[in-house]
Design a protein around this ligand. Sequence first.
Ligand SMILES: [Mg+2]
Ligand SMILES: [Zn+2]
Length: 192
Amino acid sequence: MSIDCFPIVRPHFCRHSRGKAMVSPKPAIFLDRDGTLVRDRGYTYRIEDFAWVTGAPEAIRKFHEAGFAIFVVTNQGGIGLGMFTEQDMHRFHSHLCIEAEKNGARITDIAFCMHHPNAIIPGHQTPCACRKPKPGMILGLASKWQIDLEQSILIGDKQSDVDAGVAAGCHTYRFDGDDLDALARKVLSIHC
Ligand SMILES: [Mg+2]
Ligand SMILES: [Zn+2]
């Protein structure tokens, strides 16, 4: 299992794989985390609270097999609010990546925003460039991994996800929270 987490490398990236950056611009899927990939229990960070949204493992495997790089872009303002630590979040993300690999998929990278309008941790207040609906996390990942945003797709369960994807120049899909695999089939039928 090649799961590593280097939170110190760059402040807003958690690199979970040892893969090299891709040479030519490549399409990607940008996925929201809470309510899209994993059940949203409200500031989720405990591994014992980890549960996939229905169809999520099948969806990311399909995207992976179709040749998309898979990224997670997640607002984690609970860090700024002092509800959990950045290290707690990295542990949860390592678990998420391991569970994805068990299902035949690979999450290339995760970008997170730890800012919040009501942050109590110094330096974690908004405004920032990364909290969705801002596109900073998507733009940062695209630059880091040489992603072609015009060919890329964002999926999230909130309007702020969609707004971030539009601002980044991606195709966007609002997920209704029901079955991510059904949405993945639709997305792949349109874009592949
Ligand atoms: Mg969400
Ligand atoms: Zn931020």
